[in-house]
Design a protein around this ligand. Sequence first.
Ligand SMILES: Cc1cc2nc3c(=O)[nH]c(=O)nc-3n(C[C@H](O)[C@H](O)[C@H](O)COP(=O)(O)OP(=O)(O)OC[C@H]3O[C@@H](n4cnc5c(N)ncnc54)[C@H](O)[C@@H]3O)c2cc1C
Length: 398
Amino acid sequence: MTAVDERGGMFTLNPEQEALRQKALAVGRELRADGAKWDRDNLAPYKEVCARMKEAGLLGLTMPKEYGGQGGTALDYVIAVSSILRMSQTWIGPEPLFCTTGPGASMILLGHEAMRQKYLPQVVQGELGCAIALTEPEHGSDLTYLEATAVLDGDEYVVNGTKAFITGSGVNELYATFVRFDDIPGPKGVGALVIEADRAGVTSTPGPEFVGDRGIPHGDVRFEDVRVPKENLIVGAGQFGWLMSAFNMERLHNSALCLGISEAAYDEAVTFAQKRESFGRPIIEFQSVYHSIADMWVKIEAQRMLAYRAGATAREGRFPDAHDVTVAKLHGSKIMTEVTMSSLELHGGYGVTLDYPIQRIHRDAIASVVAGGAPAVLRNSVASMLFPDRRFSQTRGS
Ligand SMILES: Cc1cc2nc3c(=O)[nH]c(=O)nc-3n(C[C@H](O)[C@H](O)[C@H](O)COP(=O)(O)OP(=O)(O)OC[C@H]3O[C@@H](n4cnc5c(N)ncnc54)[C@H](O)[C@@H]3O)c2cc1C
């Protein structure tokens, strides 16, 4: 780290936040040596990483204390996720925070008390992980067109449908699953249920192999006549906006991930540029090199401000504001690949060898761009928030 960012960048943290940052950096550093193997084998010991995060006291950060959580804020979440990622240099590092504190856990928090009591104490302890199952083979950005259905039959919902690209499928025990209730078309029909992975009729398959974000499947999950108790309802039809308020934790995670990946790429650029010599001098002494590093730093600082603000303005300290978190994720997904690519380029030919981590960091960056919402779709959201009186309908013929 350079002198300025030993203070956590230019953002002033209070002593508790700084202590959290230091803890997350330390635990991230412990994982750094393993990332290359997890990527190469496309297999990470997720439960061990989760146990390590629990030991470090980093699970359940934003969950209320009454469910065993730490009662922290969304800003704590951003600080922890970005710092673990920066030091571990692998997206797997903060994934246990995502599965035990992030959007799945936050959606359970939206549900009624019996469901919170049923799951949250085990979720915040890392005993149950909650993946989020929205995307379908034919519907990603057009989430409101989703086809998975839930039909009430007595005291149970019967769920049918297929989900795609589900991070942590086959690894987590729960799916916060978006479904259409009562065949009601459009967003009005979309709600969510918690579905246990071991329920009869649930099948997970690994799905296609990814170029980055490897080690845990982003697989397919099929629901065939799965009977789910009524008490597993998060929200039913007509509350799509409310549901998305908790889903915004996904975008907050992505914003922090963009920050952490960019910082990891920056660290590698700084280390390499000071060691590598050309024409008898360290390459960092060439103006094009130190300008490139300065540009990376400015982009990272802007991302830190946006991600921290999105954390700091979260409602009840927990549910991120749609505007702030969308802006942070959109900016993050843009600068992240620019920063990782600049760092890779500064490594010369070594940048594309498996001997240096920058190629893996760059692959994780490109794999993360559309997760949680493609940039074009985030631009649609920003524009509709800027111009609320105009309709930017995406539907043909409307
Ligand atoms: C690493 C990774 C992890 C993921 N994890 C999960 C997960 O855990 N759970 C989950 O549910 N999903 C997950 N996803 C899926 C992800 O949310 C979707 O890939 C994403 O929403 C885009 O959907 P799509 O892939 O179907 O692309 P499409 O919706 O087909 O879009 C393709 C492209 O078309 C353009 N486009 C589409 N619609 C519009 C529009 N209205 N305006 C402008 N341009 C448009 C955009 O450029 C977009 O990139 C993950 C994806 C990745 C890559």
